[in-house]
Structures are given as structure tokens and as C-alpha cells.
Ligand binder design. Sequence first.
Ligand code: HEC
Length: 176
Amino acid sequence: MHSRSVVLLALITGLGAAHCGGKDTGSGSVPGAGAGDAQTPPTGESAVEAWLDDGHYKTWHCEPAPHDARPGSAHGKNRICSNDLLSAHGAGEFPVGAASVKELYDATSTNIIGRAVYLHASPGAGESYYWYERVSGHLNADGLGTSGTPKDSCVACHQGAGAGRTGHDLVFTQVR
Ligand code: HEC
């Protein structure tokens, strides 16, 4: 009986750590980034989820309602919020500290099924952004755009912003 529950526990722990089949979700440690104040998301899954739950981003510049994914989007129904630095910026590279949150909705636009976040963590291009996404309990990205999903998916697509699509410098949507 005793050894059986140990085996079961090991199984459950193993499953929990696997995160959707052991995909490379990126590295959670982001030097110098993630103050976790009202304008700046922290980094790392548990800190980001707690910060999102606190709802600071809802005081940012937010789209009024969820909308269908825009052309070229990987995201489904969503609503986007821009922090002050991202919202106010003009042409060229976004300043360090610029951040976006995207709420991802189910098909009826009533329930939030996940959230995506990025933060410009240090000067530079996609590798200098922190990328985070968890949808329906699956962690898709949690790290700098230097490796894994943050690099191969988030940065690979977001660097198309401005090139025949809306936005510029990795940012598709600036909510003013
Ligand atoms: C295939 C292209 C594609 C991929 C891959 C992609 N995105 Fe996006 N993303 C978009 C587009 C297009 C938008 C803007 C509008 C929309 O989604 O309706 C967007 C919007 C966003 C926004 C809102 C701010 C903005 O720039 O509009 C966030 C935050 C975001 N994505 C995070 C991520 C993260 C994190 C990943 C990686 C897990 C990711 N995205 C992967 C295309 C993509």
C-alpha cells in the first residue's frame, strides 16, 4: 500500500513537470527584468500568473472587448492591453519596459482560457523580449526570445510586425 502511493505520487509529479509533452518553453530566468509593479510584468510562470490574477494590466490601455484573431494571428479570440510605455511609443524600437498582455477567450467570448504576455527586457530585438503564454493549463512559452518556443514561435512570427502587417518592431497592436 505504502509503496503504491509513492509510485502514484512520482507519476503525478512527473506528469506535472512534463508541460504538454516536454516542449522547450524557454528559460525562465531573465536578468534585470520583471519588476512586477503595476506597469511591469514579473517573469517566471508562478509570478506571472499571480500578477495577472491581480489584474494590474486591466488599468492599462485596453481594447474594449474581445475580437476575432486578426489576419496572421496564432491566437484565436482575444483582447489586448498595452502598458503606458508601449501605448505612447512612436516609430523605432520600443523602450525597455514596454509590455503587452493578451487575454485569450473561448469561442463564445465569455471565458478567458489563457493569457499571453511580452515585456521588452533589455535593448535589442526579439531575443531581448520576455515571452509568456499559458492556454487551457498548457504552458507554451516562459522565457527570453533566445531559445525554444519564445524564439521559434513567438519571435519568428512577431518579427513580421510592420512588414506588410500592422504595427512595427515585434508589436502588432498598440492600444492607445
Ligand atoms: C503565427 C503568428 C504568431 C505567433 C506564433 C504568435 N503571435 Fe502573438 N500575435 C500575433 C498577431 C497577428 C497579433 C495581433 C492581433 C491578434 O492576435 O488578433 C498578436 C498579438 C500578441 C500580443 C498582443 C500585443 C500585440 O503585439 O498585438 C501578445 C502579448 C502576443 N501576441 C504574445 C505572443 C506570445 C507570447 C507568443 C508565443 C507563445 C505569440 N504571441 C505567438 C501573431 C502571432
